[in-house]
Design a protein around this ligand. Structure first.
Ligand code: ACO
Length: 321
C-alpha cells in the first residue's frame, strides 16, 4: 500500500505595512543600530497597526496560501493556528480566522509552543492527515509580538516583530513530495529563562517578554542542531544533505552557529531576520514563503525547517516541496 503524505500545496505570508528601523527605535530606546545589527543581524521589524490583530495578519497569510494552492476555503477541513499573542484569551484565534475566512464548516484550534509553535502545528497537522479523515489542513503561524514587549527593556524589545505565515497541506497517497519526518521536544526546567511575566491565572494581566538572552542562545544552538540531526536520521541522511534550511529567525548568530556545527553552506540557509526580526511562530512560514515566492525553493527541493522557543520547546520538520 502506498504511503499517505501531507503535501505542501500552497504558502502565504503577511507583514504589516509599518516598518520600524533600528535607527527609528534608537530614538526612543537606549540602543543603537550598530549594537542590534552586530548582536542579532536585525535591521528592521514590521509592527501591526493599533486596529490590526493577530487574526487579521493570519487571515491575510491564509488567503495567500489558499490562492497559491489554487483552492478555495470550501476545500479546507481544519485550521490550526500557532500563536503566543492571541486576539483574546478565548475563543481561539483559529476560530476568529475561520470566521474571517467565511468558513462555516470543519474545525479550528490554536496551539501554543511560542517560537516553536509552527513546527509543533505542522507535526500535529501531518499526523491528523495521516490518521484521517482530513484532506486539507491550513497551518498558520501568526503573531503581534509587539503587544507583549516591554519597550523600556532594550534587551528584548529590539529583537521582535509582527507577521504571519501559512501553509496549506493536502493529503496524497501517490506523491513522493510532502512532509517526511518531524521531531519535537520540550524541557520545562528552563521555563524561567524565556517567559512572559503575566497570564490570566497567575496575574490577570497580559505581561511582558522576559529573557536571559545569553543562556537561551547557548541552548538554542545545541538543541536545534540535535533536532535537525534527529529529523534527518529518520531517513538516513545528514542535515547538510538537504537543499534548503529554513530556520526560526531569532538571531543571525544562532543561524550561523548552527550552520557551522552542521557544516551547512551559507547559500543553503534562508535568512529573513534582517528584515522581519523574530516573529515567533510566524517566522518559519514567513521565511519559507519568502524563499518560495522569490524562486529559491523550488518544487522537488528537500527542505529542513527548525525552531526553538520558550518552554524551552524546539523541533524540526523535513519535507520535499
Ligand atoms: N542595545 C545596547 N546594549 C544592549 C542592548 C541593546 N538593545 N541589550 C542589551 N545590551 C547590553 C547589555 O546591557 C549588556 O551590557 P553590560 O555588558 O554592560 O551588562 C551587553 O549589551 C551584553 O548583553 P548580552 O545579553 O550579554 O548580549 P548578547 O551578546 O548575549 O546578545 C541577545 C543578546 C541578542 C539577546 C542574544 O543573547 C540572543 O539572541 N539570545 C537568544 C535569543 C533567542 O534565540 N530567542 C529565541 C526564542 S524567542 C521566543 O521563544 C519568544
Amino acid at each position: 500500500m502506498s504511503e499517505i503524505r501531507s503535501v505542501v500545496l500552497g504558502v502565504g505570508g503577511y507583514l504589516p505595512d509599518k516598518i520600524l528601523t533600528n535607527h527609528e527605535l534608537a530614538k526612543t530606546v537606549d540602543t543603537s543600530d550598530e549594537w542590534i545589527r552586530e548582536r542579532s543581524g536585525i535591521c528592521q521589524r514590521h509592527i501591526a497597526a493599533a486596529d490590526e490583530f493577530t487574526s487579521d495578519l493570519g487571515t491575510h497569510a491564509a488567503k495567500a496560501a489558499i490562492e497559491h494552492a489554487g483552492l478555495t476555503i470550501e476545500n479546507v477541513d481544519l485550521i490550526i493556528v500557532a500563536t503566543t499573542t492571541p486576539d483574546l484569551t478565548f475563543p481561539s484565534t483559529a476560530t476568529i480566522i475561520q470566521e474571517k475566512l467565511g468558513m462555516q464548516h470543519g474545525a479550528a484550534f490554536d496551539i501554543q509552543a511560542v517560537c516553536s509553535g509552527f513546527i509543533y502545528a505542522l507535526h500535529i497537522a501531518d499526523a491528523m492527515i495521516k490518521a484521517g479523515p482530513y484532506k486539507h489542513i491550513l497551518v498558520i503561524g501568526a503573531e503581534t509580538f509587539s503587544r507583549i514587549l516591554d519597550w523600556d527593556d532594550r534587551s528584548t524589545c529590539v529583537l521582535f516583530g509582527d507577521g504571519a505565515g501559512a501553509m496549506l497541506l493536502g493529503r496524497s497517497e501517490t506523491s513522493e513530495r510532502g512532509i517526511i519526518s518531524n521531531f519535537i521536544r520540550s524541557d520545562g526546567r528552563y521555563c524561567d529563562l524565556l517567559m512572559v511575566d503575566g497570564g490570566p491565572s497567575r496575574t490577570q494581566t497580559v505581561g511582558h517578554v522576559r529573557m536571559v538572552g545569553n543562556q537561551v542562545f547557548r541552548h538554542a544552538v545545541k538543541d536545534i542542531a540535535i533536532a535537525m540531526k534527529e529529523c534527518a536520521a529518520q531517513i538516513g541522511i545528514k542535515p547538510s544533505d538537504v537543499d534548503w534550511f529554513v530556520p526560526h529567525q531569532a538571531n543571525q548568530r544562532i543561524l550561523d552557529g548552527v550552520a557551522r556545527q552542521l557544516k551547512l553552506r551559507p547559500d543553503q540557509v534562508i535568512s529573513t531576520v534582517a528584515q522581519h526580526a523574530n516573529t515567533s511562530a510566524a517566522s518559519v512560514p514567513l521565511a519559507f514563503d519568502t524563499a518560495v515566492k522569490d524562486g529559491r525553493i523550488k518544487p522537488g527541493d528537500l527542505v529542513m525547517l527548525e525552531a526553538f522557543g520558550g518552554g524551552f520547546t524546539w523541533g524540526a520538520s523535513l519535507l520535499r516541496l
